[in-house]
Design a protein around this ligand. Sequence first.
Ligand code: UDP
Ligand code: UDP
Ligand code: UDP
Length: 465
Amino acid sequence: MSDALVSEAIRPHIALFPSAGMGHLTPFLRLASMLLSNNCDVTLITAKPTVSVAESTHISFFLSTHPEAKHLEFQLPYLQPSNSSTDDPFFIQFEAILRSVHLLHPLLYSLSPPLTAIFSDFVVASGVTRIAVDLGLPHYVVATFSAKFLSLMAYLPILTSDPTKLSSLSTEIDIPGLKPLPVESIPPPFFNSDHLFTANLVSNARALPEVKGILMNTFNWFEPETLSALNSGRVLSNLPPILPIGPLVPYELKREERQYLPWLDNQPTESVVYVNFGSRTAMSKDQIRELQDCLESIEYRFLWVLKSSKVDKDDQEDLEALLSHSFVESTKNRGIVVKGWINQQEILAHPAIGGFVSHCGWNSVGEAAQRGIPVLAWPQHGDQRVNAEVVEKAGLGIWERSWGWGVESLVKQEEIQRKIGELMEDKKLRSTAKKVGEEAKKAGEIGGSSNKVLMQVLQLSIQSL
Ligand code: UDP
Ligand code: UDP
Ligand code: UDP
């Protein structure tokens, strides 16, 4: 995107306000970098302290490599969570940020040059809407999930207001304008309207009609029918424009220690199975054992990123304690296991990667799409089953629905082995995944569908000056 449409003379000044977790921070930093290269002023707002070390490391590195970005850090006061439905530190932080968001008002008001728009995370949208109205600023929501999941979220206030609509006894959930969603794809907390996660999403979904637009890390080709149903008012008549601007372009990340890179460089093209369940999914010990036994018995090369706790700073266990001696010995020339943060965008760009076993966090899906890498979807939580459906429908990957949610079922090694074989051998899948890669690339090029939408949003924000 070097051909910036926005001229040097009149510059938008956009505040970007992500919430907690790498899955939320990453799309905002990518967007910040894209806006800076289009002659926008950017103020990044972050809450302090962050939940994970990865977040604070990525924020510091981004600011050091983008000195033109302004940073507004706001200290979160300690707040007792409003209920005890979850001990998930990321959800507790969502709530703490939302309840403290009014503190931002004077800080945003005094920024110079004045702001021309605020782009906020969906999970803080209801609070930011009030500030944006007071300051007379256009407010765009940045959705960190798929358009398909957005349709469920937008409809959630209606679903939760009538227990018969969202009942675990149903087999399908009807959302107007869309194919019914299987009840198994609905995140379990949605069946409890008092759950912190559900209460947060419902309150933010209610704010959507007030916002100027919803920026989506997706592209038209990837979710055409859902986007068209949402934008034609068939899902809900009062939604703002849904603006697909993805997949968001990765920026250069810090070069961590990368002992796996020389190893990857020595592997044949498309020969390595890459296994990573994102920044915050800890697998059970039993599931880790099944996966280990599978990787030991298959013939494929592999790069496995292993996490045993939800938040990185709690991850104390050594690999030796998690893996068997026989696994380590028998796979030492064929695979690598990494504990800790790796640079996934760099790994997915490596020609040796042949398949991605993924939890289908939406950023991971976008990154696989950008590179046209076939995905074996193994959704664990939240929006990931809905995302897996998108992956399968677009031809990017395969999904074994019977594996269930991560926490509730144990998938045996033979099962995993069978699906990895399919992932690596299915030539049709490899070619449809490549096609997704080509379409993703086209969407981001100058004049491509996503690029055009972003440029229109930027143009609109200068017209309001
Ligand atoms: N990521 C990474 N290295 C890791 C784990 C995750 O680079 O070891 C990145 C990944 O590329 C993605 C983000 O962190 O951009 C995770 O977001 P996603 O939506 O895929 O899943 P979540 O972590 O939110 O479950
Ligand atoms: N749909 C529609 N018009 C059409 C085809 C489909 O409104 O011409 C609806 C269809 O009922 C489906 C929804 O759009 O529920 C989205 O379909 P899908 O899950 O296949 O999503 P996509 O990946 O195409 O966005
Ligand atoms: N969840 C999610 N993303 C995650 C982890 C959890 O969306 O990375 C969802 C998941 O559906 C989970 C819910 O949030 O059931 C509540 O999480 P909590 O920690 O309260 O309970 P869990 O069900 O994980 O034991």
